[in-house]
Design a binder for this molecule. Sequence first.
Ligand code: T3D
Length: 262
Amino acid sequence: MSISTAPVVLSSTDAGVLTLTLNRPEVLNGLTDDVLDAITDGCRQAASDDGIRVVVISGAGRGFCSGQDLRAGLESGDVDIRGHLRDHYVPMVRAMRDLEKPVIASVNGVAAGAGMSVALAADFRIAAESATFIQAFVRIGLVPDAGSSYFLPRLVGTAKALELAMLGETVDSAEALRLGLVHRVVPDADLGQATADFAARLTRAPRSAGLIKQLISHSLDSDLDEQLRREEEAQVLASESEDFAAGINGFITKRPPVFTGR
Ligand code: T3D
């Protein structure tokens, strides 16, 4: 038995970016309760800290995340799956989606099962060329969870989502880009810098960026009237922000506005 004292998720903050690095490289960052709860806590911390403007999730070693750690008790057959999902997976997905700040998945390697779900629950996915995506659930007789069955059809359409989830085949980064699963694919060696550049750009976004995240998130679940109401509410909030005042002033004075996220 090996006992590790290293944190299962490394957390660091720099220039407004909170980076959460899944840190179980020996199992391609398989998800345990501690890992799931640390992602949840990180997103909640970002929600309450004005200094954090963007969250980045990445993986240590050659994998992004291999999904549920299959050696963390599942094999005993004596697991309360419903409770496990409700107590650990659902809060993580909600924390990522409810956060009114962008979350970037910097996908450095394989994203399998719920590891792919983590990537899909993010707002942006930047993938290394060697990254792969696998709806691995079906390979072990499970169904997509942690939001995969929600996010996947919205990103690639129901026909392709069904194929990916039912066949569980490996999707490489070029195909992921073609399908619209990821926003960018970069050479492996450039992933860190490309993610940092993308995140830095988002740290300069106005308060309305978080409201835009919520509007687009709800869009496909709303009818037109409901979405028009949501736009109205969000626009009122945006128009009351300091960043809107800065934006208007910037337009009039012909100087680029400096947004603070307030
Ligand atoms: O609990 C609940 O509520 C249920 C929720 C379930 C959600 C899910 O995520 S279900 C899906 C779980 N994930 C999988 O089924 C993926 C399992 N892993 C793989 O299929 C392969 O490892 C990969 C395709 C991801 C990568 O393959 P490869 O060849 O690059 O690496 P490898 O040699 O298979 O893995 C390297 C090591 O990581 C290896 O350990 P070893 O043999 O060197 O000691 C392997 O066992 C370990 N590993 C990889 N994935 C997992 C894992 N160990 C535990 N859990 C894993 N998910």
